[in-house]
Design a protein. Structure first.
Length: 465
């Protein structure tokens, strides 16, 4: 019987009414493109995304992504925040159940023989022992749904934090891939610069021999030496950029930068994977950042109900039962039993203005959450449209750059042959080689940007598909 009493109270409380508005998902039909066939739906941020980076077919990238997921301190911090929010939600659920406490005590007390009383009373001084074993019960009946709204708010907040964790995973893996492709672009530039320096040093040695023989003016030799020094300066600059990218990767992967090393492997001209068409129609349902903001709207909506419940009376049941005796030997006897039970009702007679403005504050917080949700939706649309444009135009740029590199390589070979036959000056050859090097470096940069744009599109779509 006694074990069923808490369950009865909880079920009675659940059957009571709930004040405050029920959550309705904010409407975004006015800001979502019609061509996306957008339909309001429950968030799907927990949909498995898989190891989306494997579409790039790069074993080193796969290794770095796994390392980051296992060792990133920022991801561990995000996971810890999820555990905190879930624990907080479970704490709020405990408010549905009675608060039962066991109090055991023993004391020895001496009374005064000269107590201050209005009528003189001769009370002999004495000592009294007291032994007790009492169970206290306190339970507030959730007539108005205050606890239910608190649980609703806590659960929605926990879901929001969980969505933020999925967003942290998506951001981390996307950043690792972007930095990796930047580093590989630096490798391609380093390869081009080293080949150019070797070629220019070869020409400089030949020109030095010709200058000593009096066959060419000193200006040709000086120009050749200038080009070699310039290429070395550019090589040092690209090495610095590569080291910065490597250090950033080390941080993302949770590794010390001093011991983090990646061998050089120039990015190739192979195009990144093509994203299937038609995905934007459902991408907003999978974006964890959008899900996080939508669930915060639900939490703030529930907070309005919690604030509104302060208008209504609070009904509390309290009771005690146990044993109280002056002697330890008789503590558990039938004559030592004590108990009390009774309800209490409290209703605010003042402070109505405080309650009113607290409700108003919670409603304003909900409006803020709705605005943040709409902002997240607009940001998602922007991300997808921008990434789609980048992949399209960078593809066109890569094609044009490839044509330019082919043409400049052919032009450089022809001018070199003409220079060796003496029909053009060395200045024309230097200019042709400089142009070819510039286009080759640009080609590597465009290749990296195409891969990064694909990464951003995958991220904008909420991960793998």
């Amino acid at each position: 019987m006694y074990t069923r009493f808490p369950l009865f109270l909880a079920s009675f409380s659940l059957a009571a009414c709930t004040v405050g508005p029920d959550h309705v998902k904010p409407d975004t039909a006015d800001i979502t493109p019609a061509k996306w066939r957008w339909q309001a739906a429950a968030p799907r941020d927990d949909t498995p995304r898989g190891e989306w980076w494997k579409v790039f077919a790069d074993s080193e990238l796969n290794r770095l992504e796994t390392l980051a997921l296992n060792a990133s301190p920022s991801l561990r911090a995000a996971a810890a925040r999820v555990d905190q929010s879930r624990a907080a939600a479970r704490i709020s659920i405990s408010e549905w159940l009675p608060d039962v406490r066991l109090k055991n005590g023993a004391s020895r007390e001496q009374f005064s023989g000269n107590l201050p009383t209005p009528v003189p009373v001769n009370i002999p001084r004495g000592r009294v022992n007291s032994f007790s074993g009492i169970i206290d019960l306190s339970y507030e009946i959730d007539f108005w749904g205050k606890v239910r709204r608190e649980v609703e708010s806590a659960r929605a907040t926990a879901d929001s934090v969980s969505s933020s964790y999925h967003s942290a995973i998506l951001t981390l893996t996307g950043d690792v891939a972007a930095q990796y492709f930047l580093l590989r672009a630096s490798d391609a530039e380093l390869d081009a610069l080293r080949r150019t320096i070797a070629l220019r040093e070869k020409w400089t040695n030949l020109l030095n021999d010709k200058f000593k023989a009096g066959a060419i003016p000193e200006t040709d030799l000086a120009r050749a030496q200038t080009e070699v020094a310039t290429a070395r300066a550019e090589l040092a600059s690209v090495k610095r950029q590569r080291q910065e990218a490597s250090d950033t990767l080390a941080l993302l992967c949770g590794q010390p930068a001093s011991s983090f090393n990646l061998g050089e492997h120039p990015i190739g001209s192979k195009a990144p994977p093509v994203i299937p068409s038609g995905i934007p129609a459902s991408m907003l349902e999978r974006r964890p950042d959008i899900a996080a903001t939508e669930r915060l709207v639900a939490a703030r909506n529930a907070d309005i109900g919690v604030a509104t419940s302060a208008y209504f009376p609070a009904v509390r049941l309290t009771g005690t039962a146990g044993y109280l005796s002056k002697d330890a030997d008789t503590l558990l006897g039938a004559d030592s039993r004590v108990w009390s039970i009774g309800p209490s009702v409290s209703l605010p007679l003042t402070g109505w203005a405080v309650i009113h403005f607290n409700i108003k504050r919670q409603k304003a917080a909900r409006e803020e959450a709705i605005a943040n949700y709409r902002q997240a939706v607009l940001g998602a649309i922007r991300d997808v449209e921008t990434s789609l444009a980048q992949t399209r135009y960078l593809g066109e740029q890569a094609g044009a750059t490839g044509d330019a590199l082919t043409a400049s390589t052919k032009a450089t070979d022809l001018i070199r042959q003409s220079y060796e036959s003496g029909s053009v000056s060395y200045l024309e050859l230097l200019d042709a080689e400089r142009t070819r090097l510039q286009i080759e470096r640009q080609s590597a940069q465009v290749a990296a940007q195409r891969h990064i744009a694909t990464v951003r599109l995958i991220k904008a779509l909420g991960g793998g598909w």
